[in-house]
Ligand binder design. Sequence first.
Ligand SMILES: [Fe+2]
Length: 386
Amino acid sequence: MTLTDSLIDFFLETRKHTENLCEPLEIEDYVVQPIVDVSPPKWHLGHTTWFFEEFILKPHLKDYKIFDEDFSFVFNSYYETVGKRVVRSDRGNLSRPSVESVYAYRSHVTKAVERLFVTTQSQELYDLLEIGIHHEKQHQELLLTDIKFILGNNPLLPSYSDTFKEHPLESTSKEWISMEEGIYEIGHNSEDFCYDNELGRHKVYLHPFKISNNLVTNQEYIEFIEAGGYKKFDLWHAEGWDWVNQNQISAPLYWHKIDGVWHNYTLKGLQTITPGAPVTHISYFEAFAFAQFKGCRLATEFEWEASQAFFTWGKRWEWTESAYLPYPNYTKAEGALGEYNGKFMVNQKVLRGGSVATPIKHTRFTYRNFFQTDLRWQYNGLRLVK
Ligand SMILES: [Fe+2]
């Protein structure tokens, strides 16, 4: 199989998987945007398609016929280089284009990309296709967490799928892994794909630390709630304490106490909490307060990367104590794709790991996810360090 064949297979498989994720949806589910951070499924379907049209087909396929001139305005997310766009908060107001026409757009673009690679191959095109595929995979994760938010905030709490498993159990043995002080190398170091924010491999000096082999569980988190963790100001950052009070937060997102029993909304619908499963849907503020409560702290992203070979990960995105900043020697890409990561390196915290919503072949131990400190609609959990 040639490089083109395998990359095109990867592309087609990725395109198909996005559509499979939407299969359980009703047509009305495609358009809802309950909060600004959550995009409607229809928008994800269109935006991931627009990415290939804008960055590959328009500049590289000579006879390419643009599907609809308005779609760049509708489906451009944040690329100033590309031009005007619908503001993020208006994505849920787009009753048009219809779901049907967005699926037709997907098919038009998928076929055109295939056609382009039959006649033209170059390293530049391979690189663009690869980033487009990984971009779509990134959106597959968002698509699932956005669907969860849409259905989980519908008062009827409908189920998305009877088979989706989101509660991996932790192993029962809790151990502290001792890491020695020393110089560790951080950052991506192979020929495989990575985002630009993983580059600028560099050395860091770490003091000795102990890191838990397991994520914090629901049971441990219930103990924090029942010990009054949400009422003790001294466990929280000032901003976190304001957030708790202004939003009347008293449990993770999707948790409901019904007749004295903790339940949580999952993609299978409302379920009783699984005590041994890793806690999820907590903000950085909550992760920090929980660690304080235990007399521990969160790992820095460097500690996490240096010790990841000694524990299993990938069940939850794990909040770290690290601010999302460029590595030394970070260089952003030329042109519009330079807007992909670099311009978000302010006021966010890094998460490491992956989650039940992360598609296969989409995370690695150098992957840096990032969110603002109050956001919790992703599968965010935590691991303790002392
Ligand atoms: Fe995107």
